[in-house]
Design a protein around this ligand. Sequence first.
Ligand SMILES: C[S@@+](CC[C@H](N)C(=O)[O-])C[C@H]1O[C@@H](n2cnc3c(N)ncnc32)[C@H](O)[C@@H]1O
Length: 324
Amino acid sequence: MDIPRIFDISESAHRIHNPFTPEKLATLGAALRLEPGTRVLDLGSGSGEMLCTWARDYGIGGMGIDMSRLFTEKAKLRAEELGVADRVEFIHGDATGFVAEEKVGVAACVGATWIGGGVAGTIDLLARNLLSGGIILIGEPYWLQLPPTEEVARACRAGSISDFRLLPELLMSFANLDYDVVEMVLADQDSWDRYEAAKWLTMRRWLESNPDDDFATAVRAELTSAPQRHAAYTREYLGWGVFALMSPQWHRAARAPVMLASDRLSARASARMPLARPRGAAARPGRASTGSSCSTPTSSRTWSAIRAGRWRMRSPGRARPASA
Ligand SMILES: C[S@@+](CC[C@H](N)C(=O)[O-])C[C@H]1O[C@@H](n2cnc3c(N)ncnc32)[C@H](O)[C@@H]1O
């Protein structure tokens, strides 16, 4: 079980696998006013930079799960390097349907919402890991401006225009799922450059070291096309941000007026611009997709067994006893 090789190659030198800089990650941690000792769960934790630096800077503890063997090893090394290995743990595995035994104060999925079958399903999955009054973090792209054609959307690496929303629509979609947006930190063009342009030198160096590798042609093609594509499309059309969400369920008394206000806002905005929705999603995606997104959950007991080394992952979403 691993991710496509192009990511392992092009992002092997990245500490953050998203259009965020270390400064933006620190800003997000500070914005959340994290209390020392808060437990953070990170699904798709990459090379572990969020958990490791927040453990160092804000005294949190927690667990990250990632499907890349390489990134997970990097995360463990980073935890050692920053002296936080006793507080943060990294597991190589498929986070689909992951529900921990212990609920956490912050449950995050930063740039990997396919893990829950989309934004709504991922929020639902994270909510199942969350203590009452806790915070959900979702990292997700949005359109800075709507692409004029489907071809432009695909050049931004979207499947289609309807895969993403404009920022106000994305924020509205969280409200429609009954969540309050309580914070957000957004990428900008410079932080996109740090994510995308940092791949180019890594790919170039890899090509120099591996000229005869079977994968060299693919990496060469990517290196040749990526700078122009980034400048013309991603940098101009795609935004990205991390959104902090809290469920108002535990605080229902304050909910009614907020709903009325946001519904009026929603009605006005909808009149100006129709909501773009992912293909096949219903008008209230949380309600529609929640069930199917967690249809093959890996139980917490199974995850305990994986962590104890009694089971091993074979393919995404499935685990088998180590002796099998
Ligand atoms: C865009 S990167 C974000 C990584 C990290 N959150 C960060 O900001 O640096 C997406 C990550 O999700 C991981 N991933 C993809 N599918 C996954 C799955 N089913 N379960 C766990 N991790 C997964 C990838 O290996 C990759 O590290």
